[in-house]
Each structure stands twice: as C-alpha cells, then as structure tokens.
Design a protein around this ligand. Structure first.
Ligand code: 5AD
Ligand code: SF4
Length: 451
C-alpha cells in the first residue's frame, strides 16, 4: 500500500447484535475524539469501518461484497477509501480477509478496537495491520471516557456491562470471537450511565452475551450481581427505564427475580433464549438446562412479576433434530405464550463442534420447520398485543413516525406503539392502546409528558 493522508471523515457500519451497535458507537466516539468527523449522509467517507457479525451464515460473504461495493464507489469518485474490518468476522477470519481483500487496510477484533487510531496512523504510512487481541478488559480501560463529545444520546441506549461467553453451546461461535466472560467494574458502569443520562438517555439496556453472569463489587467492596447493578441504576435521577439482555437460564439468581418484583424502573420484559424444546437436542447443544427447568424458571419470574413479557431465541434444524423433537419445540412455544421470539435456521459455524456432527438437516426440512415455528410465534405475538387493546400504558417516545404528527415509542413490554399528538423525543407519555398487529400497536395519546 502507498502512503496516504490521514482520514478526515469516517463511517461506521454495524451489523448483527446490539453489542455491535454499542461497539460501533464507541468506535465513532473514539474516531471523533481523534478529530475525524462523521461523514455527512450520502457522502463517501475517507475511512469506513465494517463492524461485522459472524453469528450465522453468509456474514463473511456479505463483508466481501461490501468491500467490493466500497472499492467500486471509491473508483467512481476517483478515490480509495481506507477500509477497516471490525467485529466478529474480523476476529474469526482476519487472516483470510487480509489475503483475499487487498483493499482492506485494517482488521480489528471486537476486543481490540481501542487501538484503531494507531492502526489508522499505520495505514496512512502504507502498512496493513491486524489486531485480534483478547480479552476485553484492556479495551474498556483504554477507551476515552464516555463524554459523547457533546453529542446527544438517543432516549433509549445500550450499555455493555459484560462480554464474552464461557458456555460453549456447540453451535455457537461467540466464545471464540468474543472470548471468555468478563464483567466491567460497577463504578465504571455507574459513571458511564450518568454520562448517558446527561446526554439525554432515558432508558438504558444493559448488554452482555450472558448479561446475568455479570458480577462485581459495589461501592463498599461487597460482591454483587446484576440485580444490585440494576437497583443502583434505578436510583439515578433522570433515568426512567432499565432493561437487560441477553440472559442465560443457568445464571438466573433469586436476586434477579426479586428485582422484577421490587424495582419499578426495571421493565417487565425478559429475553431468555431456550433454543429448543427437546431435552435430547438441548443436551447435544450443551445447553445444560432442560425444557422443564426452563419452564419452571419462567414460572418464578411470572410469580414475581405477573405481567412480565417473555421473549426467547430458537434454532431449528440443529444436527440430528427429528420431526418429533421439533414438535417438542412447538409444544414449548405453546406452553410459554411468548410476547416476542426470534427463530433461526441452524447455520454450521466453522470451528464449532456442531458443524461436524452427523445428521445435518436438509435445507428444505429446516425451512419448513422454521415456517411452522414462526407462524406459532406470530400467533402468540399477535395474541399478546391484542390483549393490550383497551388498556393504557406508558410509552417512551423514540422517534417520529412516517405520517405527519405521528410518533413511535415503546411500551414497558417492548411493544412498538404508534400514536399521534403533542410529544417530543424522550418524553414518557400515556397512550390508550386501540389496535394491535403482530409487531406493533396503535393508540391514542391520553397524557403528555409524564416525566
Ligand atoms: N445457527 C443458528 N442460530 C444461531 N444462534 C447462535 N448461533 C447460531 C447458529 N450457529 C442464535 C441463537 C442465539 C442467537 C443470538 O443466535 O438462537 O440465541
Ligand atoms: Fe453462544 Fe451459548 Fe454463549 Fe449464548 S450462551 S453466546 S448461544 S455459547
């Protein structure tokens, strides 16, 4: 590569999970702190960061097609953008990317992006650089303090409290791309939350691959879990709502369940992936819980917070899954009545144990199962939303809707609610719910700006 100027503008494109969205924001702040400005909408940037996802298929292919598109757009504009590949594909396939895509100047893993500025300086000197160091502790310590550089925060924002995973589900690439479980310190998290609130955040979602495995020491040096962190955040003035995602059934504590009964600001919503309703499949997945123990756990959450909305993730077509085992998943869905759930075809991930297991399920069988599962989930989502019609609920306003005078916000149960009337982004208003669809509700504004 030839020597070149330092970039003046950047664009970060994040794919995949909410943790990537959070990382993307931190990268943007880091670049801004180094005097690189966000590229205006519709303009090519000098530096493009592709913050990639590797959880399911075709993610890597997507990266190569994005790189191709950037090179082509650059050629048409008579320039060569500096390209950095970040995120989980960078971690898993960094060397291949460097070998296959000469236009890429930097490959940076999810635990190493605090070193982007040095890598950019090297790229400007014509050196290509790869950094896929782990674990994440160093990253959080090295990132600039979260001042948001005078930028406003969206009313709903994310805060990564825990990263990595030690569970090694046999289908999953996360333990390899994000590394082992680490928890960020309690004090740092409270400071970051205060900064986010100062910048306009009204709802904070605590993030972690296994967020409920978070552990730390409180201000008095006592060992504490996620429930204590939630309680401390709920004390912060200006913050209306706290959420957390994603949880693992084996890390649920009595304290977390009790927090749902006792902390008003903790929203009545639980995302607790189960993946399958078959105990044989769960064992082959190395999930270390059964369908029954999962259902019992949900009963305990429901006892603490009867109106809690339940959400989950499912994989269909795991190697060896029989038709009968798939039926057990449908039975579990019927038993739970999810307010929301996410379902995916099994995707073999290179390097994971399941990728080489016998009994890979043919795509057409997998597709047919996914259709049936999604129909069942949609039915339950619609039923959950329909049951809210006629009720009033608080809505945190997130943005304008498509129609003039229309707003979009979220109910406590994470339903999208459309309404019309006097409101501003960040307001907490009261809406009477009038119409339900599988993915949203429409209502009438009854009280403006409650807080
Ligand atoms: N194939 C399909 N889905 C997967 N997930 C994780 N790994 C795979 C895979 N190899 C799903 C799980 C997880 C969610 C984030 O992605 O359901 O909970
Ligand atoms: Fe992946 Fe399982 Fe860890 Fe979730 S708990 S990130 S599915 S290995």
């Amino acid at each position: 590569m030839r020597n070149r100027d330092l970039p003046r503008t950047y664009r970060v494109k994040s794919f995949g999970c909410q943790m990537n969205v959070y990382d993307g924001e931190r990268m943007a702040e880091l670049l801004a702190a180094k005097g690189i400005a966000a590229a205006p909408e519709g303009e090519e940037a000098d530096l493009v960061v592709l913050n990639t996802c590797h959880i399911r298929e075709k993610a890597a292919e997507k990266v190569y097609s994005d790189i191709g598109r950037l090179v082509k757009a650059g050629k048409e504009a008579g320039r060569k953008p500096m390209i950095a590949v970040a995120g989980c594909v960078a971690q898993a396939e960094g060397e291949e990317i460097m070998a296959r895509a000469p236009a890429v100047g930097m490959v940076v893993g999810p635990q190493a992006y605090h070193r982007l500025p040095e890598m950019i300086a090297r790229a400007a000197r014509g050196e290509r650089a790869t950094d896929t160091e782990m674990p994440a502790d160093a990253k959080f310590a090295a990132l600039p303090a979260r001042g948001l550089g005078g930028r406003k925060s969206a009313p709903t924002t994310f805060l990564t409290v825990q990263e990595g995973c030690d569970k090694f589900c046999t289908y999953c690439v996360v333990p390899y791309t994000r590394g082992s479980e680490i928890s960020r310190p309690y004090r740092d998290l409270l400071i970051e939350a205060e900064k986010l609130i100062e910048a306009g955040a009204r709802e904070i979602t605590l993030l972690g691959q296994n967020v409920n495995a978070w552990s730390g020491e409180d201000g008095k040096g006592r060992p504490v879990g996620l429930d204590s962190l939630i309680r401390a955040l709920a004390e912060l003035p200006g913050l209306h709502r706290v959420r957390y995602t994603t949880s693992h059934p084996n890390d649920v504590t009595d304290g977390l369940i009790a927090a749902h009964a006792e902390v008003d600001k903790l929203m009545p919503y639980l995302h607790l992936p189960v993946q399958s309703g078959s105990d044989r499949v769960l064992k082959a997945m190395n999930r270390s819980h059964s369908a029954e123990s999962y259902l019992k756990l949900l009963d305990r959450f429901r006892a603490a917070r009867p109106d809690i909305a339940l959400s989950g993730d499912f994989i269909v077509g795991f190697p060896g899954e029989t038709g009968t085992e798939f039926e057990e998943t449908l039975q579990l869905v019927d038993a739970v009545g999810y307010a929301q759930a996410f379902s995916f075809n099994y995707s073999p991930r290179p390097g994971t144990p399941a990728a080489t297991m016998d009994g890979q399920v043919p795509p057409d069988v997998m597709y047919e199962r996914l259709q049936r599962l999604q129909a069942a989930i949609n039915r339950d989502q619609l039923a959950f939303n329909a049951a809210s019609v006629g009720k009033r609920c608080k809505v945190l306003v997130e943005r304008k809707g498509k129609h003039p005078g229309q707003w979009l916000g979220k109910s406590p149960w994470l339903q999208s609610v459309f309404f019309e009337g006097e409101a501003s982004i960040g307001d907490l208003v009261e809406v009477e719910l009038a119409e339900a669809g599988p993915n949203s509700l429409a209502g009438r504004l009854v009280e403006t700006a409650l807080a």
